[in-house]
Design a binder for this molecule. Structure first.
Ligand SMILES: [Zn+2]
Length: 224
């Protein structure tokens, strides 16, 4: 798999944490027009949303308004997160029809929702997709995506949670937040993990001045 990192940290000026794993976009930064070039933007069809905080969801409505009238976005997330997206997108789903009339579309007209459930997995085009709910302010999911025998894992936003570490541990490439503060993970907790976990670990959503021996996820393309 190819992991393209558009954003790796918690800075408001940058793209926060946003990745593309093959054709799957994972979270949507606030300023999509800065994050993606036009070609990339037009090719976005499949989006994983880990939660609806603005630094992970902020550009979603912009993408929705850009897609051609007869196309849909495929949205992969948990049911409670999709319910929030439904509420937040409804007021903007107005499009001009071919006859020039403006029509209010429904969530289902523009979004193909694929429900992800904890303790179950989804197989799509030889990608195995698993989630685990994290402990954050709002409903949030961590992800594990396996393809060709390799697994990418992403904590999304969470407090440090040994159970979640257990869920992520069998992956080959693990991205974990290290934002610190309430509702997030302190870098000290990640530094105390086993060497075998830390070898596969890349920290993201970190404060700019963070001091650590752990690897920082960089804004580049990784092969997993
Ligand atoms: Zn958050």
């Amino acid at each position: 798999m190819k992991l393209k990192v558009y954003g790796n940290n918690g800075s408001e000026e940058e793209n926060n944490t946003c990745f593309k794993l093959d054709n799957y976009l994972i979270d949507v930064p606030r300023n999509i027009f800065k994050a993606f070039d036009k070609q990339e933007l037009n090719n976005i069809e499949k989006i994983f949303l880990t939660h609806v905080h603005p630094d992970h969801y902020g550009g979603f409505n912009d993408i929705l308004l850009r897609i051609p009238i007869n196309k849909k976005i495929k949205l992969y997330t948990a049911n409670d997160i999709a319910s929030s997206v439904r509420k937040m997108t409804d007021p903007i789903l107005y499009f001009i029809e071919n006859d020039g009339n403006i029509r209010h579309y429904r969530f289902e007209d523009k979004i193909d929702f694929v429900e992800l459930k904890e303790n179950e997995y989804l197989i799509e085009n030889e990608y195995k997709i698993e989630i685990k709910k994290t402990k954050h302010f709002v409903p949030t999911i961590a992800l594990k995506i396996t393809h060709n025998g390799k697994t990418f894992a992403y904590s999304s936003d969470t407090i440090f949670d040994p159970e979640l570490i257990g869920f992520l541990a069998d992956a080959d490439f693990i991205v974990h937040e290290a934002s610190g503060g309430v509702g997030h993970t302190d870098i000290k907790n990640l530094e105390s993990l086993s060497d075998s976990f830390k070898e596969k670990l890349y920290i993201a959503h970190f404060p700019k001045n963070i001091q650590t021996s752990l690897k920082k996820l960089e804004r580049k393309i990784y092969t997993i």
